[in-house]
Design a protein around this ligand. Structure first.
Ligand SMILES: [Zn+2]
Ligand SMILES: [Zn+2]
Length: 338
């Protein structure tokens, strides 16, 4: 029997035994080593992001391929891997493929399941089964806990796939938490100026350590950003506050024809966004979600020592309930299965 940590109701994780998984066609079963907890897991846990339950959460993970289904290349067996979260037509090698996949947007596959989020049990378990096309091998030099940061780092990079930045751009990063701090780091690597905004002194300090040129509290932000940008506003303001109203402050910081980039998936609607300012200032509103794993793995490999310091604690699977409860107060909590 295998252990799983199943979300059965709001704020309720039950540790259960389950039969070992059997890989279906074009699917692999992975023995999970480490899984990270992110803001999406916390929204699922709190019920703010409602999905069909019961569900095994966990979509940021590393493990070894234990078994493969029909149609899967045997070379995957025994490899240490992480996986993209969308199990798409293409990842399952299905024909015909849906229109979204045909259009080159497989992360929006109309028939997808999403590992650990939508209709697909995830990695807060000793085993997870995913479509073969989601797999990425982990370089040997990288430890598994650090490699479990691939998915969130890819999501951070996707911000600038959707809204490319130029060398001298000023980016404001609101909410430099689990995901936001990776965005701060990614922007600094590109050589752009990044200003972090947070209520938390600890998060401001960490932002400076990860490449922010300035770190401000929200009440200082508007005046300081104006001063830095000759009164115009920032080129891109990224909202990863995790709060439905983060976007309101973000709107006051962005320049005319700038971009408001939204990363918050708190599951709650925003009240009272000033659409008139959005129109008058011709501001672009851009969401973004899953990103490219290849570049994320390259960055992790190069900066592993620095990025692994973002992991604040690791708990065994049996303590998944406590891990989710404490994750709201920490940067990055990991579950380990062995
Ligand atoms: Zn995540
Ligand atoms: Zn599809």
């Amino acid at each position: 029997m295998l252990k799983i940590a199943q979300l059965t109701a709001t704020r309720t994780i039950v540790i259960k035994d389950r039969e070992p998984l059997v890989a279906r066609e074009n699917e692999v079963v992975i023995g999970v080593q480490t899984a990270g907890i992110c803001g999406t897991d916390l929204a699922l846990f709190s019920g703010d992001y409602p999905v069909p339950l019961p569900l095994v959460c966990g979509h940021e993970f590393v493990g070894k391929v234990k078994s493969i289904g029909e149609g899967v290349d045997k070379r995957w067996l025994g490899r240490r891997v992480t996986a993209e979260i969308n199990n798409t037509c293409i990842a399952y090698n299905r024909t015909p493929v849906c229109r979204a996949c045909k259009m080159g947007m497989p992360s929006h596959c109309q028939q997808r399941t999403v590992t650990g989020i939508i209709n697909h049990d995830g990695a807060f378990a000793e085993e997870v089964a995913v479509a073969q096309g989601t797999l990425h091998e982990i370089p040997e030099s990288m430890d598994s806990a650090t490699a479990a940061l691939t998915e969130p780092l890819a999501a951070a990079l996707q911000t600038f796939e959707m809204s490319p930045i130029a060398e001298n751009d000023t980016v404001v990063m609101m909410g430099p938490g689990r995901l936001g701090i990776l965005i701060v780091f990614a922007v600094a690597l590109k050589g752009c100026r990044v200003i972090a905004v947070s209520r938390s002194e600890a998060k401001r300090q960490r932002s400076l350590a990860f490449g922010a040129s300035k770190a401000l509290s929200p009440d200082q932000a508007e005046e300081a950003v104006k001063e830095i940008t000759e009164g115009l506003g920032a080129d891109i303001v990224v909202d990863a506050t995790g709060h439905p109203d983060g976007i309101t402050l973000a709107l006051s910081l962005v320049r005319p024809r700038g971009t408001l980039s939204v990363k918050t998936t708190c599951g709650l609607p925003t009240q009272g966004l000033d659409m008139t300012k959005l129109v008058v200032d011709e501001i672009r509103l851009q969401g973004s979600r899953c990103g490219p794993f290849g570049p994320a793995l390259k960055i992790l490999e190069k900066h592993q020592e620095k990025l692994k310091t973002l992991i604040t604690s690791t708990r065994p699977l049996a303590e998944a309930q406590q891990a989710l409860e404490s994750a709201t107060l920490e940067n990055k909590v990991m579950l380990r299965m062995d």
